[in-house]
Design a binder for this molecule. Structure first.
Ligand SMILES: *Cc1c(COP(=O)(O)O)cnc(C)c1O
Length: 428
């Protein structure tokens, strides 16, 4: 294993001053064991830890760093913005410019509000959906993660799932009771819920590609079926594209499907590595948000000029010719390489991928929902993770998190990841 003395020292001290030593749960490496490498710097496709170990980064800050770390143009935009002032509590031209860029890219997004995180985006969208329909109940899917808002910490994916605590203490039972759950990709289950409570649902929240239980694309007809049910029963359809937005295509999954959501939530990539989120959608709904309407939602640092500058620079870079084709090409190369490595090692594995997000599941058959995902071989996956770390590849420290590629992950980098996987799978 890499020497992690300095990371260990910081981690030991941090445990006493920061809950679990980390500011977000999955970072603590509870699932995979050992000390998390503490990152000192990053460049392109690679990160370097406090002890000087270098890794190919497949975490990419859990998605935002789609143009790689420290891209010169994002840096230049940041320097320029910092020199002009870091927060004003007053509107800026940059906010309009970023709003235009989002609206131009995401189909169905007519009006957009910037917030500070994906969590804030989904919480705000839930409030708007409840206000607009006059109903309280939400429907979400097992393993889908919509941030840590009270209404969504019910059978959630990502860290909540990894740590085996899908329902958090502190979430009022009366509120959790208002969230109904169905298995992802199971339209019949959704129909059954609507049959019982057709007049109660304000909205269905769905990750169009489930990215917090790895990478599970929607089954044919699934999103279409949700749209029909919402239309038939007066509920809103919300696509949570915090992960998929600007990642799986220029306009997110919304641009890959004919199904139009009423509201879309965004985050991760639109901040280019700085804290930001957004929610948008139909103008008649979004104009109900304060101060245009009476649905209250606010933020001291919302539309922060530094975050907006990084986001704009990132979206501009993604508009260069061939960017998404390149991400698709390297994604396909990585998928094929991993599949071959698993075959050669005699390890049952399935690689599921949507563009530049993917997941390697240690199981025989494709995963279509959370039950499948949790039935994969967790012990072997942990050995595989450790083997990858040893070989200089940093994966998300959970079998349930998606891996990401950036534009800095060229064929050479991908081949290094595949070579590491050959060794790590053989040893797992
Ligand atoms: C990451 C994520 C969120 C939460 O975003 P934060 O910025 O971590 O609050 C919400 N929904 C989805 C689909 C996500 O992947």
């Amino acid at each position: 294993m890499p020497r992690l003395d300095k990371s260990q020292a910081v981690f030991d001290a941090a445990q006493r001053l920061i809950p679990g030593g980390v500011n977000s749960p999955v970072r603590a490496y509870k699932t995979v064991g050992g000390v998390p490498p503490h990152i000192a710097s990053a460049e392109g496709a690679r990160v370097t830890d406090l002890d000087g170990n270098e890794y190919i980064d497949m975490v990419l800050a859990y998605g935002p760093m789609i143009v790689g770390h420290g891209h010169p143009e994002v840096r230049a935009a940041l320097h320029d913005a910092i020199d002009r002032g870091t927060a004003f509590g007053a509107p800026t031209a940059g906010e309009l410019s970023l709003a235009r860029k989002i609206i131009e890219r995401v189909p169905g997004c007519e009006v957009v509000r910037l917030v500070n995180s994906g969590t804030e985006a989904t919480m705000s969208a839930a409030r708007l959906a409840r206000a607009a329909t006059g109903r309280d109940r939400l429907l979400k899917f097992e393993g889908c993660y919509h941030g840590h808002g009270d209404s969504f910490l019910v059978q959630a994916g990502s860290g909540a799932l990894t740590l085996g605590a899908p329902d958090s203490p502190g979430v009022p039972a009366a509120l959790a009771e208002l969230t109904s759950i169905a298995p992802f990709n199971d339209l019949d289950a959704v129909r059954a819920l609507f049959a019982d409570r057709r007049a109660e649902f304000a909205a269905i929240f769905v990750e169009p590609v489930a990215g917090n239980i790895g990478c599970i694309p929607p089954a044919p007809g699934f999103l279409e079926g949700l749209r029909e049910l919402c239309d038939a029963h007066g509920a809103l359809l919300v696509f949570d594209e915090v992960m998929t937005g600007f990642r799986v295509s220029r306009g997110g999954y919304s641009a890959l499907t004919d199904v139009r959501a009423d509201l879309v939530t965004l985050g991760k990539v639109i901040g280019g590595g700085l804290p930001i989120g957004a929610y948008g959608g139909r103008a008649d709904l979004m104009q109900q948000i304060s101060p245009a309407g009476d649905v209250y939602q606010a933020g001291t640092l919302s539309g922060n000029p530094i975050a907006v500058a990084a986001g704009e620079a990132t979206l501009d870079l993604l508009d260069r010719r061939g960017v998404y084709e390149g991400l698709e090409e390297q994604g396909a190369r990585l998928q094929a390489g991993l599949e071959q490595a698993a075959r050669e090692a005699g390890v049952p594995a399935v690689v599921q991928r949507q563009g530049s997000m993917l997941c390697l599941y240690l199981r025989e058959a494709p995963a279509v929902n959370m039950t499948d995902v949790t039935a994969s071989d967790r012990e072997r996956w942990t050995r595989f993770f450790q083997g990858m770390l040893e070989r200089g590849v940093l994966l998300p420290p959970s079998p349930y998190e998606a891996w990401f590629l950036s534009t800095a992950h060229d064929a050479g980098v991908v081949d290094e990841v595949v070579a590491a996987a050959e060794g790590a799978l053989a040893g797992a």
